[in-house]
Design a protein around this ligand. Structure first.
Ligand SMILES: Nc1ncnc2c1ncn2[C@@H]1O[C@H](COP(=O)(O)OP(=O)(O)O)[C@@H](O)[C@H]1O
Ligand SMILES: [Mg+2]
Length: 272
């Protein structure tokens, strides 16, 4: 038995602790998250077996009544931090992010993994009645119904903070939102996430503008690298983005509601 060591990271879903010899413990916040934790382990193993750079998942355990995944510790900063320290590496970081993502999109997902479209449907339906107006939700659900299923591994939260930089290349962590589905659906969410991050309030206007244009350059380079590895139909990409924007309300980030609503209203037919 190993004891919980130093806290090395935390987010909405989990806390990450050092865990003995070269390992970390990803301890879920939700005590009822055991089944999803098991799916994460399965997905990480499928990715590793297919040759993708993913920390080896060692075992599924329970600590203080919460499910946890013990996995290999990766030594290296997130691509986000590597980029902040060495901004001139923007193009090579974007290329790494895109190439790796395209590779993940070719891997067959375990058969019993949560379905991507079912996951999106659950989030959109769960957001109705709150900040997501009903007509926009119904329209987004219709758009989602017209999109295809798939059997590929979809990470679900793929962005610069969930890929760690090591001397041998990027390593993909944080498989909380993994599903089985269509790669373009997964790409759509990453394109949106890559475009989103805002500068903290009070940042001088010139810096905000510079940051926004660099973000655009980075997003373009990421997309080009991804598309060299996997074909993307642009019409489908736009439809997947609509579903993801509607589903985003479910995450309850109030500061985003206005922009999300504007995004949907600009694309919805007049009747929605
Ligand atoms: N296998 C790992 N090896 C080393 N550090 C890790 C590992 N997994 C997570 N971390 C650290 O914990 C942080 C949060 O982990 P992550 O899995 O992304 O959870 P969250 O859901 O909180 O975003 C990461 O940014 C990283 O610093
Ligand atoms: Mg993360």
């Amino acid at each position: 038995m190993t004891s919980r060591g130093r806290l090395v990271g935390q987010g909405r879903e989990a806390e990450i602790f050092e865990w003995g010899d070269g390992a970390v413990l990803r301890l879920m916040r939700d005590p009822a998250g055991g089944e999803r934790a098991a799916q994460q382990v399965e997905a990480m193993r499928a990715a590793l077996e297919a040759g993708a750079p993913v920390p080896a998942a060692r075992e599924l355990i329970e600590v203080d009544g919460r499910p946890g995944i013990v996995m290999d510790r990766v030594d290296g900063p997130a691509l986000m931090d590597a980029l902040a320290r060495r901004p001139w590496t923007l193009f090579s970081v974007a290329r790494t992010l895109g190439e790796l993502h395209a590779k993940l999109g070719t891997i067959e997902a375990p058969a019993d993994l949560l379905e991507q479209r079912a996951f999106l449907r659950m989030k959109i339906s769960g957001a109705v009645g709150g900040a997501l107006p009903d007509p926009l939700a119904s329209w987004a659900l219709e758009v989602l119904d017209g999109l295809p299923d798939g059997d590929r591994l979809c990470h679900g939260e793929y962005h610069v903070s969930n890929v760690l930089a090591t001397p041998s290349g990027g390593v993909v962590i944080d498989w909380t939102n993994v599903t089985r589905g269509h790669p373009t659906g997964d790409f759509a969410r990453s394109v949106l996430l890559t475009a989103m991050g805002e500068a903290p309030p009070g940042t001088p206007r010139i810096i905000t503008m510079l940051r926004r244009s660099l973000q655009g350059v980075f997003n373009g380079a990421y997309q080009r690298a991804y598309r060299r590895g996997l074909a993307v139909d642009d019409g489908s990409l736009e439809r997947w983005k609509i579903a993801h924007v509607a589903a985003r309300f479910f995450e309850g980030i109030e500061s985003e509601y206005q922009a999300l609503t504007r995004y949907l209203e600009a694309r919805a037919p007049r009747s929605a």
